[in-house]
Design a protein around this ligand. Structure first.
Ligand code: PEP
Length: 248
């Protein structure tokens, strides 16, 4: 039985004062959550998370990492820097990075390898645009995104990634995939993993992301291949985030 993971993606939101309130609210309200819980935060707040979340059940991660190890890469943040602050997760290939920063399937695969080899758990995001869904290309697009990552990993390594299926048309729009639509893609993704390593495929957490909220989380999380959520907007309010954690 896979343990569920609820991970917040704060995106480019926050301030030291607002984060302090949000993190305290999450810690205070968490109780004995059955699922794993994490927040993925902007790089300037790594130190704040390290100290605010020390000793708590809330893990934290970055929203990206450099594909390079170190050196002359102005503006980049390396895996070693993330680890220096006790970071556990790194989102890779979020659709906003694919769209606004031109990240290719191959770069996302290389970042996944960089995260894994450094001891971070990559949360690999895949998802189709509205045009791709409407033209019947969801499986081809999402399949190609995940295949590029699988091609870069050994059968053993693939058991150590997290995947987030995030239909681009559902991110930040208030539109959510129905549980059945999401389940269909999650099952397809797990079958692709299983073709490479069936045992590892059973372990991999496949999260759904795209306007997951307290009022739709329960039915999405009830699907057999939906192992948690990557939560954007609703992760910025402790009460909403905690309600999704409770649903999991
Ligand atoms: C996200 O950015 O990963 C996301 C799922 O955002 P939202 O929940 O706001 O749709």
């Amino acid at each position: 039985m896979r343990r569920k993971l609820i991970a917040g993606n704060w995106k480019m939101n926050g301030s030291q004062a607002a984060n302090a309130v949000l993190l305290q609210g999450i810690k205070d309200g968490l109780g004995n959550a059955a699922c794993a819980v994490a927040v993925c935060v902007p790089a300037p707040y790594f130190a704040q998370c390290q100290s605010a979340l020390a000793g708590s059940a809330v893990g934290w991660g970055a929203q990206d990492l450099s594909v390079h190890e170190a050196g002359a890469y102005t503006g980049e943040v390396s895996a070693a820097m993330l680890l220096d602050f006790g970071c556990a997760y790194a989102i890779v290939g979020h659709s906003e990075r694919r769209t606004y920063h031109g990240e290719s399937n191959e770069l996302v695969a290389q970042k996944t390898v960089r995260a894994l080899k450094s001891g971070l758990t990559p949360i690999v995001c895949v998802g189709e645009s509205l045009a791709e869904r409407e033209s019947g290309n969801t499986a081809a697009v999402v399949g190609a995104q995940v295949d590029a990552v699988l091609a870069a990993l050994s059968g053993d390594e693939l058991g150590n990634i997290v995947i987030a299926y995030e239909p681009v048309w559902a991110i930040g729009t208030g539109k959510t995939a129905t549980p059945e639509m999401a389940q269909e893609v999650h099952a397809m993704l797990r079958a692709r993993l299983a073709a490479k390593n069936p045992a590892a495929a059973e372990r991999v957490q496949i999260l759904y992301g795209g306007s997951m909220k307290p009022d739709n989380a329960k039915e999405l999380l009830a699907m057999p291949d939906i192992d948690g959520g990557l939560i954007g907007g609703a992760s910025l309010k402790a009460a909403d985030f905690l309600a999704i954690v409770a649903a999991a």
